[in-house]
Design a protein. Structure first.
Length: 831
């Protein structure tokens, strides 16, 4: 009998009633409430499958609450629980019940019974199997206690800082985390200034805000220790291109351009928040597999090209001229033409500061990469920060700003007052950038997912410097964290925040071990934003352009190698995708190029998903029941041996190697007719028929593990069509679950497969189905027998038994053919 209050619990922790009765025994309860014995840790590890991390599930694949794994549904009397683990359970008849984990535990570690001492148990259990004790309130009779315990695990799930911070090894990793955070802040704060002013046309403070408070929120909710979020160059380029037609409409003044840009950027951040929240809470993190390698490479190369064009204009001192001539709103190809045309009008001092700064940074990085192994301190030298400080001091001392060198100037300290950009007055502006914002957010999601899967601290060689345990990285939880980070950024009108591969990798190289490094980075940015902005008054914009040039170089440096690789392996589809995205980006815009690339990727996935992979089978020579795909080589049939496979005369053997659903059954009949005509899927349908069309059909359904109502209707139509021609359709190796068999019966497929009133033609092997066709008689139920020996089927065996339709939501009737001069009506569930 189930106890009231346990009905809403999500999952069983045991596989049988005996297991659950075992867990509710007094011995088991006392074991669960004791946490100090290693043997008990093993007991919990075997039953609860818990990881060594406090309160975290061993696998994030199911992504459900840790508390639900401890839930117990059934209450049993203590008299039925004389054993705990290892000793065989017995059913009502007294026979022992053997299960895999019982035998394994008893055989390898010894039986743990109610009379077994805990000390002897502890001596048998390896230390690496120890786990933390579950909250005893999970097993309490009080509903409030259980809810409080579950709430604790839910908080740990969405706020991983509650997991790793209590066990943080201060002496081991605190210094490296702080140093890494300061190092990353030294060059990301100048980059944020470039992203804001150069790419998105907003004041520099909004770039700093994008790195400050959103990163602080993300650090509390992230499962990836080295991840650094904030404005990204690719996303910033796309944001700038998305808002450009609206902020420059009507020849506005620079002040009007800035005011419009601030609102549009905040609205795009709001779109990011909405997209990430929806994808995170609805568990859509699996969509990161949608983009192909060619599309990602094309996107990165296109961003690098666009960013190069946008960087060269301020680097050459042509920003105002580009605004006056309208070149700032043109595609990358026209911007390149503008740069070449107006190169003689470039400002010499701006170009010198930009290119010399770029060259010095490149030289310092080359020097560091060559001697870093010998001189470890070189890794921590902030080269970008040094150049920024040097050029700022030189501009101030030499008064370069009076010689025409553009500087950052006065940067207003941002106010702490927060407001939402989503208002009735901004609704039309929100709709203007909605589609572009969704595309930018999706690309940000893909980039963040790539970082989450590839950026993780290397295990230390010295265990004394091991970081605290972190939860398994989860794309869904990262999406939720990004959603809350952008929610705060939206109220501050900051640039959108996504995961950055370059800065996250730099954070890892700098020695970051936990999320504390990103907290230090965020706090440093906040201090600079609200207390030291006057120090960047004389910072040259040409220096910021040089810093952006490093990003351009990083985005483009891998493109030639990847393109050569695609050529070498003849990956023409990926190569075409790269060229298409780059070409459309140069000619029109980055948004259109990426949109077309995503559209093609989605079409490829849908084409693959909706194309039925039906196979024609033939017998391997010298075997009785070994059949292989006649169109493709396999592990035991080479390309040259395909011609030796034996076709069965008068029989079309086909295999359906996948579940059938509405998406992949639309062409099933057409492909079956094509196999009838040609015996292979390699022939073009315009060619004349190569085989006699009317044949008996045997369908191998071993791979069809699931089926929906649309697919059943198509199968009924196929069988009825062959019956009308006087041909047989037999099913072999139907290994789907009982739902498939019940669905076949309810839809009338069993009746269609019952020839002359005989039982449905289902066979365990293809060979038995072939023998049945050769003999043309039924002998036993499910096989061929003599027609004279067949009795009329009982009324209860009719395919349209009303009792079997209780679970159906609705019914539909479709005439698919005639059997024995009677119309056959398909009854199926309407989903």
């Amino acid at each position: 009998m189930k106890e009231k209050g346990y009905n809403s619990v999500e999952r069983h922790i045991a596989t049988s009633p005996e297991d659950r009765a075992c867990l509710l025994s007094p011995d088991a309860v006392s074991l669960r409430s004791t946490a100090a014995t290693p043997g008990l840790s093993f007991f919990r590890n075997r039953l609860f499958s818990f990881s060594s991390n406090s309160g975290e599930p061993a696998s994030d694949a199911h992504d459900y609450s840790a508390a639900s794994q401890y839930s117990v549904l059934d209450e049993a009397s203590a008299s039925d629980t004389s054993t705990i683990l290892g000793a065989p359970h017995r059913n009502q008849s007294g026979a022992p019940l053997h299960s895999r984990h019982h035998n394994h535990s008893a055989g390898q570690y010894g039986a743990l019974t109610s009379s077994t001492s805990l000390s002897s148990c502890a001596s048998q259990v390896p230390e690496q199997l120890e786990v933390d004790s579950p909250d005893p309130r999970l097993f309490s009779d009080s509903r409030n206690d259980r809810y409080k315990a579950k709430a604790k695990y839910y908080l740990r799930y969405y706020f991983p800082i509650l997991t790793w911070l209590p066990s943080y090894p201060v002496k081991a990793v605190l210094a490296t985390d702080i140093l890494a955070g300061l190092t990353i802040a030294s060059f990301n704060m100048p980059l944020s200034l470039s992203y804001a002013r150069t790419l998105c046309y907003v004041p520099e403070r909004y770039g700093l805000l994008g790195f400050a408070f959103p990163q602080l929120v993300y650090a509390f909710m992230s499962t990836v220790p080295c991840m650094i979020t904030g404005p990204e160059p690719g996303a910033s380029v796309m944001v700038g291109q998305a808002i450009t037609p609206y902020i420059f409409a009507g020849n506005p003044s620079p002040e009007e351009v800035e005011e419009r840009a601030i609102i549009y950027v905040a609205l795009i951040t709001a779109v990011h928040m909405i997209v990430f929240m929806i994808m995170g809470f609805f568990r859509l993190g699996f969509l990161d597999a949608l983009l192909s390698a060619g599309l990602l490479r094309g996107f990165l190369a296109a961003v690098g090209i666009v960013l190069t064009m946008d960087t060269l204009i301020p680097a050459l001192g042509l920003s105002q001229l580009a605004i006056d001539t309208g070149a700032s709103t043109q595609p990358a190809a026209k911007k390149l033409a503008f740069i070449i045309t107006h190169l003689p009008q470039a400002h010499g001092l701006s170009a010198a500061v930009s290119f010399i700064s770029f060259g010095i940074i490149i030289f310092m990085r080359w020097f560091r990469s060559k001697y870093a192994k010998k001189y470890r301190f070189l890794v921590y030298i902030p080269d970008i920060l040094m150049i920024i400080i040097l050029t700022t001091i030189m501009t101030w001392k030499l008064r370069w700003d009076q010689q025409g060198l553009a500087i950052v100037g006065q940067v207003d300290r941002p106010s702490i007052e927060m407001m939402s950009p989503l208002k009735k007055t901004t609704f039309s502006m929100f709709m203007d950038i909605l589609s572009s914002g969704v595309i930018i957010a999706l690309l940000g999601f893909f980039q963040t997912a790539v970082v989450a899967k590839n950026i993780y601290p290397d295990p230390p060689t010295d265990p004394r410097y091991a970081p605290p345990k972190n939860p398994t990285p989860s794309t869904n939880r990262e999406l939720v964290a990004l959603g809350f980070a952008n929610l705060l950024g939206m109220f501050m009108f900051a640039l959108p925040s996504i995961g950055g591969y370059g800065r996250s990798k730099a954070n890892k190289i700098a020695g970051a071990r936990t999320q504390l490094s990103s907290i230090v980075f965020a706090l440093s940015t906040i201090i600079v934003t609200f207390g030291m902005l006057q120090g960047i008054y004389y910072l040259p914009r040409a220096t910021l352009a040089a810093v952006l040039g490093l990003i351009c170089l990083a985005l483009l440096e891998d493109a030639p190698g990847d393109i050569i690789y695609y050529f070498r392996i003849h990956a023409w589809a990926d190569l075409a995708m790269v060229c298409l995205v780059i070409g459309v980006t140069l000619a029109v815009s980055l948004q259109l190029g990426v949109t077309i690339g995503i559209g093609i990727s989605v079409i490829q996935i849908l084409r693959h998903a909706t194309k039925p992979r039906i196979q024609v089978l033939a017998r391997v020579p010298g075997t009785a029941n070994t059949f292989r795909n006649a169109d493709r080589p396999s592990h035991d049939v080479s390309e040259t041996d395909l011609g030796t496979l034996e076709r069965v005369p008068g029989v079309l053997l086909v295999r359906i190697p996948e579940p059938l659903m509405f998406a992949n059954t639309s062409e099933l009949e057409q492909r079956l007719r094509r196999l009838e005509r040609y015996g292979t899927m390699k022939m073009h349908p315009s060619l004349p028929a190569m085989r006699r069309g009317e044949q008996n059909v045997i369908m191998d359904l071993a791979g069809m593990s699931a089926c929906d109502t649309t697919a059943v209707r198509v199968l009924c139509s196929i069988v009825a069509t062959y019956r009308a021609k006087g041909k047989y359709v037999l099913f072999a190796r139907l290994v789907g679950d009982r739902k498939v068999s019940k669905l076949f019966k309810r839809a009338g497929l069993n009746r269609l497969l019952s020839y002359n009133g005989h039982p449905p033609a289902y066979f365990p092997t293809i060979e038995e189905a072939l023998e049945a066709l050769d003999e043309c008689v039924f002998e036993t139920p499910g096989a061929w027998v003599e027609e004279d020996d067949v009795s009329e089927p009982e009324e209860k065996e009719k395919a349209f038994d009303e009792d079997d339709l209780v679970e159906s939501v609705g019914e539909s009737e479709t005439e698919v053919g005639s059997v024995d001069n009677e119309k056959v009506i398909i009854k199926s569930e309407m989903v």
